[in-house]
Design a binder for this molecule. Sequence first.
Ligand code: SAM
Ligand code: SF4
Length: 359
Amino acid sequence: MTIKTDIAPTGAQDADDAAPLSGHSASAPSMIDPFGRAVTYLRVSVTDRCDFRCVYCMAENMTFLPKREVLSLEELDRLCTTFIEKGVRKLRLTGGEPLVRKNIMSLIRNLSRHIKSGALEELTVTTNGSQLAKLAGELVDNGVRRINVSLDTLNPDRFKQITRWGELDKVLNGIEAAKAAGLQVKINMVALKNANDHEIVPMMEWCHANGHDLTLIETMPLGEIDEDRTDQYLPLSQVRSQLSERFTLNDIPYKTGGPARYVNVKETGGRLGFITPMTHNFCESCNRVRVTCTGQLYMCLGQDDMRDLRAPLRASEGNELLSQAIDEAISRKPKGHDFVIGRNKGPAAVARHMSVTGG
Ligand code: SAM
Ligand code: SF4
């Protein structure tokens, strides 16, 4: 089925995230874009593969990339290390599902040296939670302190409908294991019209009762899926005003590495974030770039411009060519995006799936 949008994208937005940045300032960031923004946050998709098929993210029948096109774990380490040397202070591994990549823990273990040295402030992961029961302890052992888990519903049948292949119990056990291992877990929920909108309140109450922040995300027009995106899109401005009728939402200046705006919910005592790429545009404070699992550097999630880093990575053993390619790409980081989910039929606003660029 065709995805409906009527726009042309132009800017930077995020699918998830939010972790407070410490007061600790970055040592002389060297990646400054044309608008004076220092790039200090890198999100790396370590695989395009996933054990789920969420309806807003992927088609059920996905063709994944051949292995030779995907960066090896060694190449991913070199790439991340080069970015850290150039001023990245926060690194998030995502995907696809990062924790299904074979030997992913060896990459995380290697990258944790940058946490130990103090070069990196935070090493973190966005996951669907399916592997957490098995891997939470090792994540903690390797310097990960907080993770984002995507969870759109607490109803097992609906979970199956949304993720197609996922099992709610497994994810809830994973979240439990992560908590027990000492990880701080933030829940990300994509707000979907007529699918989980009535679950926002129960999800918020569950999260806050269990010590998790909750961030709500608007669907973004990324990649062809089997459904009509106009049918899924729910503006968070509407959600917020409905929540305000039942709860006291106080804006708080909670500093995040991501674009979420936070409120404190008086009745639950917890934090609720809103990521609103469609109704608001916070590109002005964008500090991030993303690399796909094939080594393409996207300076903005909502734009098609990218710089290939795989060729310079593979061209020599040293990182000089890679570093030059990064500098050249940062010099053309765009000011922002402007996606809109429209009424007319048309292609996805940005052709690549979120699982390719990494949410
Ligand atoms: N598999 C992991 C997960 O689900 O957390 C990491 C990758 S996933 C692409 C990262 C985040 O992007 C998830 O929170 C997911 O809900 C979100 N996402 C995927 N497609 C999206 C879309 N079209 N619009 C908004 N968020 C999307
Ligand atoms: Fe997989 Fe995450 Fe996309 Fe769902 S949102 S299909 S879990 S990559």
